[in-house]
Design a protein around this ligand. Structure first.
Ligand code: SAJ
Length: 401
């Protein structure tokens, strides 16, 4: 039996897919609302294929509870944020979960940490918790991308970091029940670092695209055309510029390296700064488009998209939220906004109806390229549009970064 601790964006799909593939699974989360929702037969967030997986896992007998259960195998998928001042990892949730597991687990149990951690975290913060106990620690960092999680759970290669091959093999066998890709075994610190490096690589690549967007705007060049052409080279693969980098992974993990190796992570730090500068750059673009069109009424600007990227319902660290903080400080209130993916109203100025939102604004700033807007481009006719995601076809009234 496997106990999955933490049923968020990673823990829930992981628990479900294991249950669907012949493992007895208990999903545990401290938040009673999450457990109640799952027990009532509903998933807690939107994700392609999750609903179907949930039904199958329920049929296979998965159970959900707030209390930890005794087992010899635990998967831990709790948040690992960074401290905004020191830029170092905050291991509070992780050590808390480990302590609770230790209080109930069987002698000789394996504890698999799936949460992303900075290199050295397990040596420095977790080993002392398990010292003197017969416990085997394993790090198998999650690698699935929101929006395509269910497919990637099956198809992405996995990393298993362990002290001993025996424990690694046992975990590999478990992951092989649902993962068809290669599963690499390494040591714990290499597993920690590889995961952080993957997200840092992506952050730097996006920062490069964002810097190119600024250079191209200043030099009157089309950045999208330039990236498209450059990417035709067999060894070039530049990502897309955008209004900033959000989410709880790419905008967080590089800070772990900056926090721990400040003198050695110059490029990584600079990339973070570039990506963090994008919401302000979007604001500058809005100001320039307003003056080009003789518009002065800021209240007639509306922001489309609050989530951190397209077709997800997760708004953590989203560029729109970052921009709203800046605008709120300047205006004293949040600007008008709409997001088809969000059920919850996060702002008093947020619209439930897309039509009413459009009626009340002259400039639409597309912050997220949801499928909804890609399929509804005609609804923006007559509006001035700043498309920060380059998801619409060019037109006289459409501006890009
Ligand atoms: N973004 C751009 N331009 C791009 C691609 C992304 O501006 O060309 C922005 C997105 O809009 C978003 C942010 O970057 O705001 C991050 O989005 P993402 O889709 O790049 O990544 P995440 O955060 O959803 O998921 C990443 C993935 N990591 C990598 O691809 C290396 C995923 O595989 C990890 O499992 C996940 O982080 C995680 O949990 O660590």
């Amino acid at each position: 039996m496997v106990v999955v601790v933490g049923l968020g964006y990673i823990g829930l799909p992981t628990a479900l897919i294991m249950a669907c593939n012949g493992t007895k699974v208990i999903g545990v989360d401290k938040n009673p609302n999450i457990i109640e929702t799952l027990i009532n037969g509903e998933v807690t967030f939107q994700e392609d294929g999750l609903e179907e997986l949930f039904q199958k896992a329920n049929n296979a007998g998965i159970t959900f509870q707030t209390q930890l259960a005794k087992s010899n195998m635990y998967i831990i998928a709790v948040p690992t944020p960074f401290d905004k001042t020191t830029k170092r990892i905050d291991t509070g949730y992780l050590t808390g979960a480990i302590r609770e597991v230790l209080a109930v687990c069987e002698d000789g149990a394996i504890i698999v940490i799936e949460s992303t951690v900075s290199p050295g975290t397990i040596d420095m913060h977790i080993r002392k918790e398990v010292n003197g106990k017969n416990i085997r620690l394993v790090h198998a960092p999650e690698r699935i991308i929101p929006g395509n999680m269910v497919t990637e759970l099956v198809n992405n290669p996995r990393i298993i970091g362990a002290d001993h091959v025996q424990a690694a093999q046992e975990v590999k066998k478990l992951y092989q029940t649902f993962c068809t890709a290669e599963i690499v075994i390494t040591d714990i610190r290499s597993a920690e670092m590889s995961k952080v490096v993957e997200n840092t690589f992506r952050d730097i690549n996006i920062a490069f695209a964002n810097e190119l967007a600024k250079i191209c705007r200043a030099g009157d060049m089309n950045v999208y055309e330039i990236i498209r052409i450059a990417n035709m080279h067999p060894r070039v693969n530049i990502l897309q510029p955008g209004p900033g980098v959000g989410g709880h992974c790419i905008s967080v993990d590089p800070w772990f390296l900056v926090g721990d190796f400040p003198q050695l992570s110059l490029l990584i730090h600079e990339a973070r700064k570039i990506n963090d500068s994008m919401p302000v750059y979007v604001l500058e673009r809005i100001q320039s488009i307003m003056s080009q069109n003789g518009i002065t009424d800021i209240s007639r600007i509306g922001f489309y998209g609050i989530t951190y990227k397209e077709d997800v319902d997760d708004s953590r660290e989203s560029p729109t939220l970052q921009l709203f903080n800046i605008v709120k400080t300047a205006l004293g209130h949040e600007p008008k906004c709409y997001d088809p993916m969000l059920k919850d109203m996060l702002f008093s100025s947020q619209y439930e109806s897309y039509e009413s939102f459009l009626d009340d604004v002259d400039i639409v700033v597309i912050m997220v390229g949801h499928s909804h807007i890609r399929g509804n481009a005609q609804s923006l006719e007559g509006k001035i549009v700043l498309d920060t995601r380059h998801c619409l076809a060019p037109s006289d009234n459409t501006y890009f970064l």
